[in-house]
Design a protein around this ligand. Structure first.
Ligand SMILES: [Zn+2]
Length: 136
């Protein structure tokens, strides 16, 4: 009796390579924003592409922490920053199930989780304060 043979594994496609570091690993399409408000000036930066878990951790933590600290300083920036932070948080949450590659462990998970908790908590408090102020 013949045992059923499995089909050969598919060759790695472009979705298997991180566009940032080039590592062969599971990837996900993401876009993170960094915003710096400087009273009358604004400095924007974003990164977009299929990234591995380590690069997602790194760029989420870096871009979100910088935006949370110095994104608010300007009239337009003050109203823009919460939406950019929310974008980064939601996109990062959708990447939590992404496994690290077989050759590279997911580095930067702890700082990324710390940023997620602190910024997510701060945004929740801010939303509560705004809701209470509007209901007065
Ligand atoms: Zn990468």
């Amino acid at each position: 009796m013949n045992s059923p043979s499995l089909p050969p594994p598919l060759p790695p496609g472009p979705e298997c390579y991180c566009t940032v570091c080039g590592t062969e690993a599971p990837t996900k399409q993401v876009m993170f924003f960094q915003h710096i408000g400087a009273i009358i000036l604004m400095f924007n930066r974003h990164i977009k592409g299929r990234m591995c878990r380590s690069c997602i951790n790194e760029y989420f933590a870096k871009y979100t922490a910088i935006t949370a600290c110095v994104g608010w300083w300007g009239m337009i920036s003050f109203f823009l920053t919460p939406f950019l932070l929310l974008n980064n948080l939601i996109r990062y949450l959708f990447c939590l199930g992404l496994k690290p590659g077989p050759h590279a462990p997911a580095t930067g998970t702890v700082p990324a989780m710390l940023v997620l908790l602190v910024v997510g908590g701060a945004l929740t408090v801010l939303a509560g304060v705004v809701t209470m102020a509007l209901n007065r």
